[in-house]
Design a protein around this ligand. Sequence first.
Ligand SMILES: *Cc1c(COP(=O)(O)O)cnc(C)c1O
Length: 456
Amino acid sequence: MKTIIEPFRIKVVEPIRMTTREERQRKIAEAEYNPFRLKAEDVLIDLLTDSGTGAMSTHQWAGVMEGDESYAGARSFFRFEASVKSVFGHKHVIPTHQGRASERLLCAAVVKPGDVIPGNTHFDTTRANIEASHAEAVDLPIPEARDPENLHPFKGNMDLQKLEDLLNKEHHRVPFVLITATNNSGGGQPVSMANLREAKKVCDAFGVPLFLDAARFAENAYFIKLREPGYQDKTPREIAQEMFSYTDGALMSMKKDAFGNIGGVISLNSDAWAEKIRTLLILTEGFVTYGGLAGRDLEALAIGLEEVLEEDYLRYRIASTAYVGQHLDELGVPLLKPFGGHAIYLDGRRFCEHLPDEQLPGWALSVALYEHAGIRACEIGNVMFGKKLPDGSWQWPALDLVRLAIPRRVYTQSHMDYVVEAIGELYQQRQSIPGLEFVYRPDVLPHFSARFRLRS
Ligand SMILES: *Cc1c(COP(=O)(O)O)cnc(C)c1O
């Protein structure tokens, strides 16, 4: 059989609400043209993020009932620790309430002002946490990653020559190297096993620890199985274990590849760093066996981490995301290729060729998509990463993307057919998409709370 189906059936349903175009135009104007400021109930299909939006399984919900809410030493913590260790393999497992809490704790524990943290492409909250520690977040993607049409199978790879050059000059200022797999800000592109293995060698030569931002490690493992010679017959779990074996530690937002509605983890080998992190954890997150989570959350995450490595699930996950990409591609819609694991990225600049960078083409497209069809997407481009220089001019990022992030196990194929049709229609009338300008732009993570107006 060629047809790849959802490897689950639906037991509980949640209604979604249709709105009229007039309603949506009013709602987005009231939200000052920022989709983050919309009420979720005014959105029909919500592709803003795949973070915390997944559907939990019957096993996970059963785990919720099993949660041990003891303050210290809860059974659920030990189950969580065992589940993380069985895949990650590091010595210490520290729960946190979500990915950015892991980032903040690691940065607070080991990053000094003036330090440099190299990565393939840092995620926005990672970059913000590094910069909040007065350190520099340096992105070293391979050159192929900058070309949206390039079909390189592992566009998430890090440029190891650049890493070596940087470490040669400044390794004393580098507390750790962080590779994000899959590379979310770079288009959900995977990192190859060879790249991880070689990165570890480079880091070892300078005595610098290698960390993995593992939010989507399982999707990355499945891409390795599909694309990297020698891994076809290995299980996703075996591949994931090998990925982590090249690292000294990992940060994870468990709202992604652990099917959690909330949760995160820091996993690492260093006793000294673990000690520092645990001290900071107690200060702001909670005791070391719950880290800001309830026992029931730990239980659901422990089970989610096992389910995400099931091959039927990963086959469906990667194929169903690619399904959206293939159909949009057939309609001529400009996209980032190859298709990512958790999301399809529209190329905002090529979609809205009539809008210059100053008019925020990707953001304008995300607003138009909501008005046209009630679909909420997330710009990962000029608004998120644009920088205002001291002379008042703007420095724009290499790509101005609109991410259609697909929540895990939530939408069906007909929902995705609707998304494809809507974007196809919008592409036909793209010249009518109006440009935007900032009314208010905060300096840190501007996309969450910026406000805009239509260009007249
Ligand atoms: C989501 C994400 C984070 C941050 O995690 P939160 O749970 O949203 O705080 C960090 N890195 C990557 C790659 C992510 O996708």
